[in-house]
Design a protein. Structure first.
Lengths: 186, 153
């Protein structure tokens, strides 16, 4: 083989080698990138509705009046709405007195350790039963295991007692009952 | 014949440098989150922590860099996310352990440099979601980007 033939063959081999190398090298990436995803599902927000006030109605001076927690028309009723079966923490701030709108007179109000009922089955104060939650429980220390009912609602029924004095000023008395609810993460 | 040896050497050289590849084994899954209650997924949480696997040349050094989100998005609303300086872990052993990784409490906000083990490298990422008390219900997502590259060392 003459010199020209050798040179052509060498050139051809070099070209093939470069092509092969290029093909191989292109399959080697300098870096790789992957994308993952963070996901979360936010559950229903909590809301509380004061569905019915605790209503004592007309009372007489010097005569204490009681409203039980199982009276559809007058027990205090709170509706708690949220994620079904989720655990919640509940606290109630109860007033020590109710007062005239102008503040000129006050009337003592009291709550016993059995004045609250927790109903996770969305019945009514008069029809709730033990299997629906907790009957006649302490409003100042509601059960730790309280959950939103499976249908997304739990009700709190509240009774109480007022003690008008013999010289209680006539008029309409009122006081705030504050219910606070939060998810406890269970 | 001499030239064929040259070609073979080229091919061998190229074949001895396999690309590194990342496989996403698991997303970072917070699951159901209550409004107002922060949710943390630890890097040890099997099936919930993000898990990536990097394959490549055994013994080669690679740099690892996350692009981490600060929020998850859904239906026009955001949930704040937090990644702490210890939320990442790596294991280069042939049988990596998520619950007891070889390299633990790593900072995902910095570039990490490790050598690939015989079976590559597995890394995990935890995180925290901070939903607001009034967070609208629904699904929220965010993108986590992982980039790896050989350092040449």
């Amino acid at each position: 083989m003459n010199k020209r033939g050798v040179g052509r063959k060498f050139a051809a081999v070099v070209v093939v080698a470069i092509i092969c190398f290029s093909l191989s090298v292109t399959s080697v990436r300098a870096q790789d990138v992957a994308t993952g995803t963070a996901t979360a599902t936010v559950l229903a927000a909590l809301s509380v509705i004061a569905a019915q006030n605790l209503i004592f109605g007309n009372i007489y001076q010097g005569v204490a009046a009681t409203v039980a927690n199982n009276i559809d028309a007058s027990s205090g009723i709170f509706n708690i709405l949220g994620q079904g079966s989720a655990g919640i923490s509940i606290s109630i701030v109860l007033p020590q007195f109710i007062a005239l709108a102008n503040g000129s007179d006050r009337m003592t109000i009291g709550f016993s350790s059995t004045d609250a009922t927790v109903d996770s089955n969305n019945t009514t104060p008069a029809t709730v039963v033990a299997g629906d939650g907790w009957i006649n429980t302490n409003p100042n220390n509601l059960p730790a295991g309280t959950v939103i009912g499976a249908a997304g609602q739990t009700n709190i029924y509240l009774g109480g007692r007022v003690y008008p004095s013999v010289d209680q000023t006539a008029g309409a008395y009122s006081g705030d009952i504050i219910l606070t609810v939060a998810y406890n993460g269970t | 014949m001499k030239y064929l040896v040259v070609i073979s050497a080229f091919l061998l050289l190229a074949a001895s440098c396999p690309a590194q590849t990342i496989t996403l084994n698991n997303d970072l899954i917070f699951g159901n989150v209550f409004p107002g209650i922060p949710m943390t997924i630890t890097k040890y949480s099997v099936g919930s922590a993000a898990e990536f696997h990097v394959a490549g040349t055994s013994g080669a050094e690679i740099s690892i860099q996350f692009a981490l989100p600060t929020y998850m998005h859904g239906s026009g609303f955001n949930i704040e996310m937090i990644f702490f300086e210890t939320d990442c872990s790596i294991d280069t052993l042939a049988s990596p352990s998520q619950t007891s990784p070889l390299f633990d409490n790593l900072n995902p906000w910095t570039t990490l440099v490790y050598r690939l083990g015989s079976a590559g490298l597995t890394l995990w990422l935890g995180g925290t979601a901070i939903p607001k008390v009034v967070q609208p219900p629904g699904s929220y997502t965010a993108t986590i980007v992982l980039t790896v590259a050989y350092t040449g060392a």
